[in-house]
Write a protein of this length. Structure first.
Length: 363
């Protein structure tokens, strides 16, 4: 895949940035142009395997670029059109148009079009027609997940049966304690169910982020409301470094990732310990660092914690609750937004999870 070179012609700098990151993340080399003139200049200098084209450009129509590219390549260069302008009056077949995406579109659909345009039709057909064999690792994974879900479900059932028992008179404090157990167990079951549903959506390619300009302060305000509603409220500090810009991302997914990483940090920290969250700018990105003061993560485990099949054993983290499905989902949600999630090296105790998302272009 890495040998393919793509020319991306799009005048919206924010959209172009997120498209470039998605394509580069799949191993494609991406050249960029924001006008007809710039696109023609790049086509004169470099050969490309694919042209991704907006139609409404500041100095003319994208169809001019398409015609010019076809003249130079002898109609051999595949083209994907991404525009709100329709193709009326244009011979798409003559100009090797392989796909048409109507704005607004999600980048998952774009990647599907790109892969189809660059892959031989025969290979794609054979790959789609071959049935998937049962994967023993996947079977073990789902068996483990089902086992992990049974624990809170059993606790939930036991607590409810205790409250309903006719032969026991519970005082107010005992009833409150049992109800706390019910609430906690129900929350865990709900989280497992949500993770399994999200896993199915990811595997089916049905999780589609809604990319927009998002400000870190807005994300922190939403996180604060969620955290302060808990009883007792956890000790989490959220800060934004001076000069930090907005990001391009899905606000719901960003909150979901950070909340899961914060919860992971709280579970693995001593009772009453602080978890620190800071957003800061870094070379065209915005980074969130979530730092805890728990037992830390061994170097050999820092990548494995994002493996959907991996279980962490030993003393690395305080709570090893089955496969690290939530962290796997968080990394995939970050990738859907052209972002990254990893564990940073730390000095002393604790662990530091880092989320990086593309910064929005300054207007």
């Amino acid at each position: 895949m890495g040998q393919f070179r793509i020319l991306l012609v799009e005048d919206d700098s924010d959209l172009r940035a997120i498209m470039r990151r998605h394509l580069a993340g799949r191993g494609y080399h991406v050249d960029e142009a924001e006008s007809v003139v710039q696109a023609r200049q790049i086509l004169d200098q470099t050969a490309h395997d694919l042209l991704i084209l907006d139609i409404i450009l500041p100095d003319g129509s994208g169809w001019e670029v398409a015609r010019y590219a076809c003249e130079r390549s002898g109609a051999q260069l595949p083209i994907i059109v991404c525009s709100s302008d329709g193709p009326a009056g244009v011979d798409l077949q003559e100009m090797s148009v392989q796909g048409y995406l109507c704005k607004p579109f999600d980048c998952h659909a774009l990647i599907e079009r790109v892969e189809a345009a660059l892959s031989p039709a025969e290979s794609a057909f054979v790959s789609a027609a071959q049935p998937r064999e049962a994967d023993e690792t996947e079977v073990a994974f789902y068996s483990s997940l089902a086992h992990d879900m049974r624990t809170p479900m059993t606790t939930l059932r036991t607590a409810i049966e205790s409250l309903l028992a006719d032969d026991v008179e519970w005082d107010a404090e005992s009833r409150r304690e049992i109800l706390d157990v019910v609430a906690s167990s129900a929350e865990r079951v709900g989280k497992y169910a949500r993770d399994v549903i999200d896993l199915a959506r990811l595997d089916a390619g049905a999780m589609r982020p809604h990319i927009q300009v998002v400000y870190p302060d807005e994300i922190h305000e939403a996180l604060t409301r969620v955290l302060q509603a808990r009883r007792p409220a956890p000790l989490v500090t959220l800060s934004v470094a001076s000069g930090t810009t907005a990001v391009l991302g899905d606000p719901g997914l960003i909150q979901r990732i950070l909340l899961e990483v914060i919860d992971n940090a709280l579970r693995c920290s001593p009772e009453g310990a602080e978890v620190a969250v800071e957003a800061s700018g870094a070379a065209g990105e915005v980074w969130w660092r979530v730092r805890d003061f728990g037992p830390g993560i061994a170097p050999e485990e820092r990548e494995r914690v994002f493996d959907r099949h991996h279980r962490m054993h030993g003393k690395n983290r305080a709570t090893s609750r089955g496969p690290h499905l939530s962290l796997y989902l968080c990394r995939e949600m970050a990738r859907l937004q052209a972002g990254r999630l990893w564990v940073e090296e730390t000095e002393g105790v604790g662990a530091c999870f880092c989320l990086a998302l593309p910064a929005a272009a300054e207007k």
